[in-house]
Design a protein around this ligand. Structure first.
Ligand SMILES: NC(=O)c1ccc[n+]([C@@H]2O[C@H](COP(=O)([O-])OP(=O)(O)OC[C@H]3O[C@@H](n4cnc5c(N)ncnc54)[C@H](O)[C@@H]3O)[C@@H](O)[C@H]2O)c1
Ligand SMILES: Nc1nc(=O)c(N)c(NC[C@H](O)[C@H](O)[C@H](O)COP(=O)(O)O)[nH]1
Length: 226
C-alpha cells in the first residue's frame, strides 16, 4: 500500500524520556533545535501527533517563522502543513490550539468505536478520517493520507503513537535531539513506549548522522524495516 515518506522528530532527555511521569511538557530542545523543527514543519506536507500529546501539550503544530510561512504561501501552499491528530475515541478538545491557531486542513483520525456525538462535534473543526475498529489502523490511515497527496509526513510523537507507527513498519527515519537533562522515573514516557519489541525482534537502525547541538546531540537514524 502506498504511504507518505514518514519521519519522527522528537526530543528526549539524556535518559531517554520525552516528558515527566506527570506527562507535563518539558522543554528539552534549545533554540537551535526548535528552529530546526520549525524548518522540518515548513518542509512537510503534514504533521501528525497522537491525542495524548494534544491533551498534554496542546500544541498548535504551526510554522513559527514568518519567512517560512511566506515561502509556503508563495509556492501556493497553505502557510501551515496539514495537521493530523490520531485519536481513536475522538477525545481531542474542541478548543484545542490545533483548531484555534494557524491555517490549512486539520484531520482527526478516529476508529469506528468513537462516540458519535464527539465525532459530530469534531467534524465541525476538522476533516474526520475513520480507520480501524478499536485503535486507529495506522497502515490504512497512511494509505488514505497518501491518496490525499500527502507525500512527506512529520510525526512529532508522542510515545505511544511512535510505537504504533514503528511497530507497523511505517516510519522511514527518526530524528532525535538528546538534551542535557535527566528526567528519570519508570513511568515517564520515552521516545517509544507501547508493548515493546522482544529479543530477536528488535527494530534495527542505521545511523545517518550525529552532531553536537548546543548542550545536546542530534541523532538521525534510518529505520531498517523488514
Ligand atoms: N519531547 C518530545 O519531543 C515530545 C513530543 C510529543 C509528545 N511528548 C510527550 O509525550 C506524551 C504523550 O505521549 P502519549 O504516549 O501519552 O500519547 P500519544 O501522543 O502517543 O497519543 C497516543 C494516543 O494516540 C491514539 N492512537 C490511536 N490509534 C493508535 C495506534 N494505532 N497506535 C498508537 N496510538 C494510537 C490513542 O488514543 C493513544 O492513546 C506527553 O507527555 C507529551 O508531553 C514529547
Ligand atoms: N522537538 C521538541 N522539543 C521539545 O523540547 C519538546 N518539549 C517537544 N514537544 C513536542 C510538541 O511538539 C510540543 O508540545 C510542541 O512543539 C509545542 O509547540 P507548538 O505549539 O506546536 O509550536 N518537541
Amino acid at each position: 500500500m502506498n504511504r507518505p515518506f514518514t519521519f519522527i522528530n522528537s526530543a528526549m532527555s539524556a535518559d531517554g524520556k520525552i516528558s515527566t511521569r506527570e506527562r507535563k511538557q518539558v522543554r528539552i530542545s534549545g533554540d537551535i533545535d526548535f528552529d530546526r523543527m520549525d524548518e522540518l514543519r515548513a518542509s512537510s506536507d503534514a504533521i501528525m501527533v497522537g491525542v495524548g500529546t494534544v491533551l498534554a501539550d496542546d500544541p498548535s503544530l504551526t510554522v513559527k517563522s514568518q519567512s517560512r510561512r511566506d515561502v509556503r504561501k508563495s509556492a501556493g501552499f497553505d502557510e501551515d502543513p496539514v495537521r493530523i491528530v490520531v485519536d481513536s475515541k475522538a477525545r481531542t478538545p474542541l478548543d484545542a490550539d490545533i483548531f484555534k491557531k494557524g491555517t490549512g486542513m486539520r484531520i482527526v483520525a478516529i476508529s469506528s468505536s468513537a462516540p458519535k456525538g464527539k465525532v459530530d462535534a469534531l467534524s465541525e473543526k476538522a476533516t474526520i478520517i475513520t480507520a480501524g475498529d478499536e485503535k486507529v489502523d495506522l497502515a490504512l490511515l497512511m494509505g488514505q493520507l497518501s491518496s490525499m497527496g500527502i507525500q512527506r509526513l512529520m510525526v512529532e510523537g508522542g510515545a505511544t503513537l511512535n510505537w504504533g507507527l514503528l511497530s507497523n513498519g511505517l516510519v522511514d527515519e527518526v530524528f532525535s535531539f538528546i538534551g542535557n537533562i535527566f528526567i528519570g522515573g519508570n513511568s515517564s514516557p520515552t521516545l517509544v513506549d507501547g508493548e515493546g519489541f522482544l529479543k530477536g525482534d528488535l527494530l534495527p537502525l542505521e545511523l545517518i548522522s550525529s552532531e553536537t547541538m548546543e548542550e545536546g546531540v542530534l541523532l538521525k537514524w534510518k529505520v531498517l524495516n523488514k
